[in-house]
Design a protein around this ligand. Structure first.
Ligand code: AMP
Length: 186
């Protein structure tokens, strides 16, 4: 099965909710880079201490640290039915590292598109994670527009991009996702 997916979208687009549904229905192994980083920081690991400050400000963790963690995680090869990667790559350098320098293969880049920023700010303030204060959210949105969005062009060119409108109910968006992937629930 062609089940290696990168899921993308601005924070608050519903990625987490939709990822959980894909994991549940298709047995994908979730790899959430932000979640891994939060775990590393919370448990006061050596590598976590280095990333704590950047995360609290909403800034990106430095690339080399990210590469070390992602490489370790992907090289476990612990997926059986497929992989769902969330939170990486987040900029051109990370995209090139993954696809060009390391030649990792993915089948789909699933992009949940929310054109209106006000919707995501409201959603993020409502979920109330520790790094979801308004200042950090604004930094993350700016970072996303500047760094992450421009990487979509390369996926489009490679024929990997599946864009889905993220405005609607959870079930509506999920139905669009399955259609875009060409998948059916068993
Ligand atoms: P997220 O849960 O994806 O919003 O990630 C939370 C925080 O982890 C981000 O604000 C960044 O500080 C850091 N982070 C997650 N993914 C990356 C990445 N690919 N590159 C750099 N920093 C990241």
């Amino acid at each position: 099965m062609d089940n290696k997916i990168i899921i993308m979208g601005i924070q608050g687009c519903g990625k987490g909710t939709q990822s959980a549904k894909l994991v549940e229905d298709f047995g994908l192994t979730p790899v959430g880079v932000g979640d891994m980083f939060r775990w590393l920081a919370k448990n006061n690991t050596t590598i976590g201490r280095k990333m704590k400050e950047a995360m609290a400000r909403g800034e990106l963790v430095d690339d080399q640290t990210v590469f070390d963690v992602v490489k370790w995680r992907l090289d476990l090869h612990d997926w059986d039915k497929g992989l769902l990667l969330d939170g990486f790559p987040r900029n051109e350098k990370q995209r090139r590292w993954l696809f060009e320098e390391n030649n990792y293969k993915f089948d789909h880049v699933l992009y949940i598109d929310i054109p209106d920023e006000r919707i995501v700010v409201e959603r993020m303030l409502a979920r109330g994670r520790a790094d979801d204060n308004e200042a950090a959210i604004k930094v993350r949105i700016g970072e996303y527009r500047r760094e992450t969005e421009p990487t979509l062009a390369a996926y489009e060119k490679a024929g990997l991009l599946r864009t889905v409108n993220g405005i609607g109910t959870v079930d509506e968006v999920y139905a669009r996702i399955l259609a875009a992937l060409g998948w059916k629930k068993a």
